[in-house]
Write a protein that binds this ligand. Sequence first.
Ligand SMILES: Nc1ncnc2c1ncn2[C@@H]1O[C@H](COP(=O)(O)OP(=O)(O)O)[C@@H](O)[C@H]1O
Ligand SMILES: [Mg+2]
Length: 255
Amino acid sequence: MFRSPGVRPGGAPPVTRGDAHGIQIRDVWLNRGPTPLFCGLSLDLTEPRIGLVGPNGSGKSTLLRLLNGLMAADRGDITVAGLNARTHRRDLPTRVGFVFQNVDHQILFPTVREELTFGLVEQGRSRAEAREEAERLLALHGCGDWGDRAVDALSEGQKQLVCILAAIAPGPPILVMDEPLASLDLATRLALAARLARLPHQIIMASHDLDLLATFDRVIWLDAGRIVGDGSPGEVLPLYRAHEMARAAAQDTLS
Ligand SMILES: Nc1ncnc2c1ncn2[C@@H]1O[C@H](COP(=O)(O)OP(=O)(O)O)[C@@H](O)[C@H]1O
Ligand SMILES: [Mg+2]
């Protein structure tokens, strides 16, 4: 059944990269505007595939943004693959790659190569090294001839793949993804999900795609910044689904 936050579900091995193990969230407090959202949140995130579910406004995006340094907690500590997210914010891209739902919020450059090399140059690689690494990554993922392509000319699915490759280019062991497949059609979603399944990275993903999350090792259910459920998909998802169906029925009655 449900576990108290921070305990791993049985079966899934922890992610191990060097001496760094996943993400530790310790007593995190955060207000959004005047309203408290997280009040003493603590979690150990070590399983290879962790899903975040919850209704709109429950705090999924905010939590993910705390993990990649886009936001800082008011109080408390977050350690990401051995790095303190507050004090080592600049180095976080080498520990955690971030993928947004909307590719237009992520893509900055006109060509695929520029998009991929940017993060590498930011991390101190020479342009030649960055270009070589970008080409290696593209070839590894079956897109060897994409370097010169204009990002605007790519399909939505191809753009999202570029975003994923840009996030993993600096070599982080962890990928944090905020509803990355939500705007894609079913076939594209399935194809990208299959690619994600093959990645060696630890993935922490907010999603409303319960079929995809059913394949994960652990699902965390957030509501108003609180953890309502935390366990295997088989434990959490049926309860979440039933809860949301009841909510939908109540909304229908009101309309
Ligand atoms: N820029 C913002 N300023 C103030 N409050 C915000 C902002 N963005 C989100 N919030 C609030 O923070 C809470 C969590 O939002 P969010 O993390 O986006 O949830 P989710 O991703 O689960 O939909 C919500 O109550 C939302 O209204
Ligand atoms: Mg969100």
